[in-house]
Design a protein around this ligand. Structure first.
Ligand code: NAI
Length: 380
C-alpha cells in the first residue's frame, strides 16, 4: 500500500484537537506526516513541526507559505487538515481546494452560510474531497445505529433526543481571562462566529441526529443563554427541531454544566424500538425493542452490520477511544482519495447544513424561539 502524504494547519503544541488528528491520520500507516504550518506563531510552528519529524523545508511558518511550498512539488501532500480556530477555516479550505488539494476541515466548516455554499461549489468544481470532521459519526456503534435505522429495525423514527453538555467553561474567571485563550476565542464573535456553544458542540449533536436518522434538519426553534453575563455569545442552548421526514428533535448543549464531563449522548425512538449511545461509553449501543428487554450491543461482537464491523478496530470489550473515531475518518479519506467512495464520510454539504442550522438558531433565539427554516438556500 502506497502511503499518502498528509499536511496539517493548526493543531500546534498544546492545542486541543491537534494530537487526535496526528494519532488518527497515522493510526493505520496510510498517511505520512509530510508538511505542516502548525501554529499562529511562525517560529513555534516550524520548531514543533520539526520535532514531530517533518523535514525542515516542509515545516512552514504559515499556511500561505505552505500553499506556495506544496503546490508545485511532485510529492505534494494528498490531504490537508485544517485544525485552526473557526475564523480561518474558510480562507484556508478555499485556497487549498482551489489549488487542487483534498481537505479535511474542522467544524464549524465556515463562519456563515454564504461561505459554506461557496465551499460546497468549489469542492464540486475542483473534483477534490472536502470532508468535515464530524468524527463522532465514525464510532462503530454509531454506524451500527444508522445501519439498524436504515434496515428498519426500530421502525419509522418518531423522536431523537441529544445532549452535548459539559462543564469545562463553567469557571466565570475564564470568560475574559487572557491566560486561557483556548476558552476565550470560543466566545469571541470575531474568532468563533455568530454562535458560541451551539456552533462548538451543538452542531456535533445535530449532525449525529441527522446521521443516525438518515435525514436532514428542516426547521428549528432555539433558546440561547449567556449564563456568564460577560460572554457575548451563548454558553447554553436548547434547540427544538424537525427533520424533513417528520422526526421530532430535541437538543440541549451547554458548556457550563459543571459535573458533566464530555456529556454527549443521543437517544433515537422509533415505532418498534429505541436506541441509546453515550460518548463516555462509546463501545455500547443500548437497544430496546418495543415490549421487549433492553439489550447491550457491543462493538466487535458477531452479527453487527458490516460498516460497524469494518470500523471496530479493537476486539470486543477492549476500550476504543476518540482518536480511533478520528482514525476512522482518515481511513475513509484514504479510501476516498484512492478512488473508493465511502458512505458515511462527512462532507462539505454536511458542514454547510450545520452553518445553516447555526444561523437559523441565532435568528430563532433573537425572535423568542420562533420556528426558522434551517435548510441552506442551496438545498431548499
Ligand atoms: P486550540 O485553541 O486548542 O488550538 C488552535 C491551534 O491552532 C493552536 O496551536 C494555534 O497556534 C493554531 N493556529 C491558530 N491560528 C493559526 C493559523 N492561522 N495558522 C496556523 N495555526 C494556527 O483550538 P482547538 O480546540 O484545537 O480547536 C481548533 C479547531 O478544531 C476549532 O475549529 C474547533 O472547533 C475544532 N475542534 C473540533 C473537535 C472535534 O471533535 N471535531 C474538538 C475540538 C476542537
Amino acid at each position: 500500500m502506497t502511503k499518502l502524504k498528509w499536511g496539517m494547519i493548526g493543531g500546534g503544541e498544546g492545542s486541543q484537537i491537534g494530537p487526535a488528528h496526528r494519532l488518527g491520520a497515522q493510526a493505520d500507516g496510510r498517511f505520512e506526516f509530510a508538511a505542516g504550518a502548525l501554529d499562529h506563531r511562525a517560529e513555534e510552528g516550524r520548531a514543533y513541526g520539526q520535532r514531530l519529524g517533518i523535514a525542515a523545508d516542509r515545516a512552514y511558518g504559515d499556511w500561505t507559505e505552505m500553499l506556495a511550498g506544496e503546490r508545485n512539488r511532485t510529492d505534494r501532500v494528498d490531504l490537508v487538515t485544517v485544525a485552526t480556530p473557526n475564523a480561518t477555516h474558510f480562507e484556508i479550505t478555499k485556497a487549498f481546494l482551489e489549488a487542487g488539494f483534498n481537505v479535511l476541515c474542522e467544524k464549524p466548516m465556515t463562519m456563515d452560510v454564504e461561505q459554506g455554499e461557496e465551499i460546497v461549489r468549489i469542492a464540486k468544481a475542483s473534483g477534490k474531497i472536502c470532508a468535515v470532521n464530524y468524527c463522532y459519526s465514525a464510532y462503530p456503534m454509531i454506524r451500527q445505529a444508522r445501519a439498524m435505522v436504515r434496515a428498519g429495525e426500530i421502525g419509522k423514527i418518531r423522536l431523537v433526543v441529544t445532549n452535548f453538555s459539559h462543564g469545562h467553561h463553567g469557571d466565570a474567571g475564564d470568560a475574559g481571562d487572557a491566560n486561557n485563550p483556548r476558552v476565550r476565542w470560543r466566545y469571541d464573535p470575531a474568532m468563533a462566529g455568530v454562535s458560541g456553544q451551539f456552533a462548538d458542540c451543538g452542531i456535533h449533536a445535530l449532525h449525529m441526529a441527522g446521521f443516525i436518522c438518515d435525514d436532514t434538519v428542516e426547521k428549528l426553534s432555539a433558546d440561547f443563554a449567556s449564563t456568564i453575563p460577560s460572554r457575548v455569545l451563548e454558553d447554553d442552548a436548547m434547540v427544538n427541531f424537525r427533520m424533513t421526514g417528520g422526526t421530532v428533535g430535541r437538543l440541549w448543549t451547554s458548556s457550563v454544566a459543571i459535573g458533566r464531563q464530555h456529556g454527549f449522548d443521543i437517544q433515537v425512538f422509533g415505532e418498534t424500538g429505541g436506541l441509546r449511545w453515550a460518548s463516555e461509553q462509546p463501545n455500547q449501543l443500548i437497544y430496546t425493542p418495543v415490549g421487549g428487554r433492553t439489550q447491550i450491543i457491543e462493538k466487535g461482537e458477531g452479527g453487527l452490520h458490516p460498516d460497524a464491523q469494518r470500523l471496530s478496530r479493537v476486539s470486543i470489550a477492549h476500550p476504543e477511544g476518540f482518536p480511533l473515531a478520528v482514525a476512522n475518518i482518515y481511513c475513509d479519506l484514504a479510501d476516498a482519495i484512492n478512488g473508493e467512495a465511502r458512505d458515511g464520510l462527512p462532507l462539505a454539504p454536511d458542514g454547510l447544513r450545520s452553518m445553516a442550522a447555526v444561523y437559523a438558531a441565532v435568528e430563532s433565539a433573537k425572535a423568542d424561539g420562533a420556528w426558522v427554516d434551517a435548510r441552506p438556500p442551496m438545498f431548499r
